[in-house]
Ligand binder design. Structure first.
Ligand code: APR
Length: 237
């Protein structure tokens, strides 16, 4: 049985399926990932732009980096792969999408049960008092209207805790899953990197780059997220 048929069979046999995604899931929408040769961290040290220290000690650089990411996001849209996962949810084949991505493409594609483990780049708050803020305030480098604090996107910065509700929900689904499908992530960032090994269910890895680090998966399909999801969806139709 080829790997696409195998994944199809696993999906059909599973009563509770979780999909865990990373930046590789959005590359075919035009958003770079982080650690591939064309990734953000190839030319930028994440510690200088994506930490609380970076925000507090060099807000201009922090602001420039996230402004660039927002411009890159621009009019990019979810692709067929995002839409297929939403359709599989409607067909009761997928029960949760846990994502490290901050682009909200899963929700924009129609997925309902989505846990954003690293927050969202599309909403903003004051770093000091936590009051919600607007994109315009961030774009115009305005200070918080409540406490004069610094405005930031609601992304989880390195060293910060993950959103408790999203993390607990993802754990809940992973622990009761029959099948966990991991798509487009290097699994290099803790604690999300631990999730695939916290399930009793079958595990599948769909990624462009595969190395020994991923040998614990039951099924590995090397390649493009969109193409592989389209191929499996052909069998489901
Ligand atoms: N299809 C499938 N996989 C792909 C594709 C694609 N079209 N394009 C790239 N990939 C793979 C790459 O080979 C890489 O292994 O996606 C993976 C993306 O890994 P990272 O760039 O490390 O991104 P991610 O795992 O999501 O990073 C985790 O790190 O920088 C922080 O907060 C940020 O959420 C992010 C976290």
């Amino acid at each position: 049985m080829n790997k696409i048929d195998q994944l199809y069979q696993e999906l059909m046999d599973s009563n509770h399926t979780v999909v865990l995604t990373g930046a590789g899931m959005s590359v075919e929408s035009g958003i770079p990932d982080f650690r591939s040769k064309s990734g953000w961290w190839k030319n930028i040290d994440p510690l200088t732009v994506a930490t609380v220290d970076a925000l507090e000690e060099d807000y201009d650089l922090f602001h420039e980096f996230y402004s660039t990411r927002l411009q890159t996001l621009g009019d990019c849209k979810p692709h067929d792969g995002h839409r297929i996962l939403a359709k599989w949810e409607q067909k009761n084949l997928v029960h949760e999408v846990a994502t490290q991505n901050v682009d909200e493409f899963h929700m924009m594609a129609g997925s309902k049960q989505v846990d954003q483990l690293h927050g969202s780049i599309r909403t903003f708050r004051c770093h000091q008092c936590g009051s919600s803020a607007s994109f315009e305030q961030f774009k115009n480098k305005e200070s918080c209207s409540i406490c004069n604090g610094q405005i930031r996107p609601n992304v989880v910065l390195f060293g910060e805790m993950l959103p408790e509700h999203a993390w607990n929900s993802a754990l809940h689904h992973i622990e009761r899953a029959d099948l966990v499908i991991v798509i487009g992530t290097s699994l290099k960032v803790y604690p999300v990197s631990q999730l695939p090994q916290m399930t009793q269910g079958k595990t599948v890895y769909i990624n462009k780059e595969v190395n020994d680090h991923h040998s614990f998966f039951d099924l590995i399909i090397e390649g493009s997220a969109k193409e592989i999801l389209l191929a499996v969806d052909q069998l489901i139709r």
